[in-house]
Design a binder for this molecule. Structure first.
Ligand code: CS2
Length: 461
């Protein structure tokens, strides 16, 4: 099963799974894909028997290929009962997830299930479950009743300790059910379900009409569900499976006991600088990440954030060369054929900045230095929030963010107001004078000096 059948899952999970089957000659596997918020992909894949194209873009791109590992595509929104039934089926051995940060419905400060979320409450009250955590837990509950045996739940989202977090959320849901149900379910989960952590990496933009037309040219077939992706892909997985799995290692996945370190490195180097380039790019009217990283000043800011602030505050996993990794990240961002938009990477900022940038900011302050560059990324996000009308801000917390914004939009008002937005910033950081000072410095430059002035300030910083 795969929950969250977006472009990323098709270009990553589905490709690794097909490659594993091909390499191992083990064709016993197939993916039941579940779309979460809309049924578009399920509708696109159904008449194509689940087949879709992956077209690589950039240096070293392989020819377009048709991927056949998805055997069924269903809409979690329209047929939640079917999702529960499939998770509960004995044939299901692994449930993978790419539901994005906001799909987990967790409280970012406590890393526990957000029991105030109305959809979680409705799922707990017994409606056909609409949230991913509700679907998984109800599916596991049914699985226990069916006696369908152990299963692995494998989060593939950009979250630190994604396996442990998913386990906590599922157990949190189970524990909030009536006691007549929760006790036995919690015991069953303990004995039958594992939640390994993973680090996933591949840049996969949303497919455009132009991408579909190019694929049609290449294949001679119209594919409504085609995806484009960079040639690079990586998957690091903790080997803790309850009930068998495809031999993903034969497809190039790497099994490691050190997934948290891989995940921290990826989040704080790649994803943090991705977000930084997105908000700097948006401020300067640049449409894509490759346009943003082509700006020498933005590239400098990004590189210095990684090398001077993020790297010194991360414990790298064995085998990862930090300097090389950063250079490789910048090279991948520069891929002009990918068309990864700053708007897309800049979406859901409230869910991302805390995971990607705040650990670097804390670590740098703790080491007695100023996180100048990471603060620039946060200031650029703040300004993006402040100048984008709430209705256009692509963020699940857009209304809440706009509710705290002052009417004046003066930097000295906006910065403290957004720092007071508790889902994003803890109180100690919000009251940190040094941090406020850095944010105000950059915010004023963004506001008053324009992209050129910003460039000058970066170059002289
Ligand atoms: C990006 C990621 O949209 C975003 O926030 O930073 O989706 C990024 O492209 C992937 O994590 C790359 O593996």
């Amino acid at each position: 099963m795969h929950l969250g059948l977006g472009a990323f899952a098709r270009a990553h999970t589905a490709v690794f799974t097909e490659d594993a089957m091909l390499a191992a000659g083990d064709y016993e596997w197939g993916i039941i894909g579940v779309t979460q918020r809309s049924d578009t992909v399920a509708r696109q894949l159904a008449p194509q028997d689940g087949l879709f194209t992956v077209a690589e873009r950039g240096d070293g791109a392989a020819p377009a290929r048709v991927v056949s590992s998805i055997v069924e595509a269903i809409s979690g929104r329209d047929t939640p009962e079917l999702v529960v039934e499939r998770i509960a089926a004995a044939a299901t051995k692994v449930v993978t997830l790419t539901i994005t940060e906001k799909g987990y419905r967790f409280d970012p400060r406590t890393h526990t299930l957000d029991l105030d979320d109305p959809e979680i409450q409705a799922d707990l009250a017994g409606q056909p479950p609409r949230t991913a955590i509700g679907q998984i837990t109800r599916g596991l509950q049914q699985r226990a009743l069916n006696g369908a045996g152990p299963v692995t739940v494998l989060s593939c989202d950009n979250l630190p300790g994604n396996g442990e977090l998913t386990g906590t959320l599922v157990r949190g849901f189970a524990a909030s059910l009536p006691t007549s149900e929760s006790g036995s379910l919690l015991a069953w989960l303990q004995d039958n379900v594992t939640f390994p952590s993973t680090m996933v990496d591949r840049m996969v933009p949303a497919s455009t009409e132009g991408d579909l037309a190019a694929v049609e040219q290449e294949l001679g077939l119209r594919d409504e569900a085609a995806v484009v992706a960079e040639p690079f892909k990586q998957w690091v997985i903790e080997d803790n499976f309850a009930a068998g799995r495809p031999r993903w290692e034969d497809a190039g996945a790497f099994f490691s006991a050190d997934v948290p370190a891989w995940e921290a490195a990826k989040l704080r180097l790649l994803n943090a600088s991705h977000s930084m380039l997105a908000y700097l790019g948006l401020a300067a009217g640049k449409e894509t990440i490759s346009d943003a990283v082509a700006d020498p000043a933005f590239r400098t800011a990004c590189r210095r954030m990684m090398l001077e602030e993020a790297l010194p505050t991360i414990a790298l996993p064995a085998g990862l060369d930090g300097g090389q990794y950063c250079a490789e990240v910048l090279r991948r961002f520069a891929n002009p054929a990918l068309g990864h938009t700053t708007a897309k990477v800049g979406s859901d900022g409230s869910q991302k900045i805390g995971l990607r940038l705040i650990p670097t900011i804390r670590g740098t302050f703790d080491a007695g230095r100023e996180p100048r560059w990471a603060a620039l990324a946060i200031a650029a996000w703040m300004r993006h929030v402040a100048i984008t009308p709430a209705a256009d801000l692509n963020d699940p917390l857009a209304a809440g963010l706009h509710a705290v914004l002052p009417a004046t939009r003066m930097p000295e008002d906006v910065v403290p107001a957004l720092l007071g937005f508790r889902p994003a910033f803890d109180q100690d950081l919000a009251q940190h004078e040094g941090f406020t000072g850095l944010l105000l410095h950059w915010y004023r430059i963004l506001e008053n000096n324009g992209p050129e002035g910003l460039g000058n300030e970066i170059n002289h910083g």
